[in-house]
Design a protein around this ligand. Sequence first.
Ligand code: CDP
Ligand code: MG
Length: 161
Amino acid sequence: MIERTLVLVKPDGVSRMLVGEIVTRFEKVGLKIVGMKMFWVDKDFAKKHYKAHVGKPFFPGLEKNITEGPVVAMVLEGVHAVEIVRKMVGTTEPKSSAPGTIRGDYAHVSYKYADAKGVAMKNLIHASGNLEEANEEIALWFVDKELHSYKTVHDVHITYE
Ligand code: CDP
Ligand code: MG
């Protein structure tokens, strides 16, 4: 049940200087950072990371957004980490993301507005959608020696290690 998942603070989140705020939220629930780096995605890499979306109408805008500045990539580990992180991130559309979620607290744009403007929605953060996607994305973003196993105080209270 201990899972690892990939999180990206996307270029809009880095540019808005929300990296610390976002990382703090994950630390506070006891998710362990087992890998972290800053990386500037180019168009080729965008097509690898978002391979499921290549060819969709919003892909050109998504590619523009993800390549417009560096991202902060991290791998988080914890009990049901994939689902917990998605819950904390909120729904894809910030307009419908609940208050208390990252997208709901720090963004508010809608599909309708982004479509009318002819842009892709900026929603601050990426998180793997399921365990299979998480394993694939972690392998794409990190090599084994960039991922670390260590103890935190949360292992005593949350994962009972
Ligand atoms: O990021 P998430 O897994 O919640 O959503 P996705 O369906 O995997 O889409 C990836 C990203 O593409 C979203 O986070 C949005 O930034 C963008 N997107 C968009 O701009 N317009 C859509 N209709 C769908 C996705
Ligand atoms: Mg997704």
